[in-house]
Design a protein around this ligand. Structure first.
Ligand SMILES: *Cc1c(COP(=O)(O)O)cnc(C)c1O
Length: 321
């Protein structure tokens, strides 16, 4: 990847003249089944620009309470776009109930914000893969109600690997899709937002407004191209490592595992009687890192082999004696 970055041909991407950025954008558009795509420094900015492009001030989008675009992006759509979220509870399989979505769509009445968009994510922030057939049903719902449909596909390649489908099966139902090249794919930074020519040209304006127009960005786009070429087909290793980690950790009486069948590269665990802070600082002192509390979240990735998982379990096991 470093070599690909070093060898990248560059130009000024604000003028659309960076050949490596253009190559990456074209590549992602082909993968997602869209006409065009746009490179961003982060997934947060890519999602924000998608919301700004779909919605005007006093429009709203329907979204899960736990969704990244609602909960973990600093309220950006409200702060910068005057866009109101309409959050809703999720089903236990990570989907949004279709009837419930439909009930939340507001009538055309000047008392109400205008419902414009449904925003889904795949995998969900907690790593659940959502099926293509469900996405198709949401598409039909949106068509019936003249709503746009956005996918926060930060980890959509994980979802495709888990469900054993072509990623396009998961993305083709959406008007816009944001994919992350960082995280599981291993690029240092970068996300790509895809959609129609019209959508992308409007998104390009918003990207400039929020400061996301980059100059010789080919150096990081090259990492993204490398990630797509080399690090997608191996994602199922992360999933089997996560499953292995879950099984190994469940050997400890004080740990209960929450790892649904649809889970991908994440393991969630609860401590039954152990003090969280003591356990966390012990783990950190042994070089085992995790986030969250009750549940604790552990994530597998390309720099972790099965032997690293054995090592982590052994070190954590020392805590329980
Ligand atoms: C990480 C993540 C993002 C945002 O990506 P950044 O590049 O960290 O801004 C968006 N959506 C989901 C579901 C994510 O997990």
């Amino acid at each position: 990847m470093m070599q690909a970055m070093q060898d990248a041909k560059m130009g000024d991407d604000v003028y659309g003249e960076d050949p490596t950025v253009n190559q990456l954008q074209l590549k992602v558009a082909r993968i997602t089944g869209h006409e065009d795509a746009l490179f961003f420094p982060s997934g947060t900015q890519s999602n924000l620009v998608a919301l700004l492009t779909h919605c005007k001030r006093a429009d709203e989008y329907i979204v899960a309470q736990t969704a990244h675009t609602y909960k973990y992006e600093g309220g950006g759509a409200a702060a910068l776009g005057g866009i109101q979220p309409q959050p809703m509870e999720r089903n236990s399989d990570g989907t949004l109930d279709l009837e419930h979505i439909e009930k939340l769509i507001k009538a055309d009445d000047f008392h109400f914000a205008k419902t414009r968009l449904v925003a889904l994510e795949n995998t969900t922030t907690d790593g659940m893969a959502i099926s293509a057939s469900y996405c198709q049903k949401v598409r039909q719902l949106c068509d019936r109600n003249r709503l746009a449909l956005h996918l926060d596909g930060a980890r959509v390649f994980n979802a495709a690997a888990k469900l054993n489908v072509d990623v396009m099966e998961l993305t083709k139902h959406f008007d816009s899709v944001s994919v992350c090249l960082s995280k599981g794919l291993g690029a240092p930074v970068g996300s790509v937002l895809s959609g129609s020519h019209e959508f992308v040209s409007s998104a390009r304006r918003w990207r400039k407004v929020v400061g996301g127009g980059m100059r010789q960005a080919g150096i990081i786009a090259a990492a993204g191209i490398y990630a797509l070429d080399h690090n997608v087909s191996r994602l199922s290793e992360d999933h089997s490592n996560a499953e292995y980690l879950a099984n190994r950790l469940s050997e400890f009486d004080d740990i209960s595992i929450e790892f649904g069948g649809a889970c991908t590269n994440m393991v969630f665990l609860r401590l039954k009687s152990t003090n969280h802070d003591e356990f966390a600082s012990f783990a950190e002192s042994k070089g085992v890192l995790f986030t969250g509390r009750n549940p604790i979240r552990m994530v597998t990735h390309k720099d972790l082999a099965k032997s690293d998982i054995d090592l982590a379990v052994e070190r954590l096991g020392a805590y329980f004696g």
